[in-house]
Design a protein around this ligand. Sequence first.
Ligand code: SF4
Length: 348
Amino acid sequence: MPTDRVASRLIDWHDKSGRRDLPWQRDRTPYRVWVSEIMLQQTQVATVIPYYERFMARFPSIAALATAELDEVLHLWTGLGYYARARNLHRTATILHTGHNAAFPLDVATVVGLPGIGQSTAGAILALANDQRHAILDGNVKRVLARYHAVDGPIDAHTTLEQLWQLAEAHTPSERVATYTQAIMDLGATVCRRAQPRCGDCPLSDDCAALATQRVAQLPAPKRARAVRRVRHVCMLLARQPGGSVLLTQRPPSGIWGGLWCLPEFESAEAAFEFASQRLTNQQAPTPALAAIKHAFTHFDLVITPQPVVCDGLNPTVCEQGGMVWFNPRQPVRVGLPAPVKALLESL
Ligand code: SF4
């Protein structure tokens, strides 16, 4: 057992009551752990499990992921959010397939250089899958360490992060690293929770500084105040053929919903009608806009007003059809759709 008292108590706690039945804990390969760590970023375990199972069934290896179409990867990601994660997984798989014999590298410097993998994620993958000694500092670990050591300062401040990295490094044991890493992440997710922490069940409660000074609710200190949250309004053209197919366009590869298929988006209803009058054939008189849909991104809210029109098709004289498809919601093909667009199409 490690001599560090935090590490030894966490390992002991995990041996007795930790989660060991999660899908990515079976058959721990670096590939399987990598996919799980990416999916678990900003997403709860219960949400991730069905996505992970479907993803692994379809892409059981780096080669399977690398040789798949990005559209199919995005399709399996639909609803999980933060689509840059899916694009980076696919890009990284392609890099590993062509340059690393479709094997996941086991040296941390190479792993950190891969798209979408930061220092903490690289450490977690190599610790969990290969028992290598690396400190990690994801959101859960930051909270545990900030409370246990009563670290003041906004959690996103450079000096706070430096201090937390030093503490993470000091506690990481050189034996049973995989168990320790899983344990400290699980403690943050299930016991030292953001709201209603269960200090009575915590293996670190004996000498937790936040608990001793009654500052659990105040720590970690919130991030520095951001500017007022932005709200962006857009109009989406819901162009339908009499048979029910809906016009979709593919979004640019970067930016929000990059690479996903979406209703044509415009700054205003006027711009949407102008597009419709120029590009659609035999358009019927427009019907009133549907109820607005609000979708929250990390830094702003998007308010979408869907504007329905019925038409025969696209005008071939003014419209190249590249990047556009007629999508039949009753016979959906495997493409990635933004969650609010998917929900709207399913409601039609
Ligand atoms: S005692 Fe409470 S605040 Fe301290 S580490 Fe445990 S759960 Fe977190």
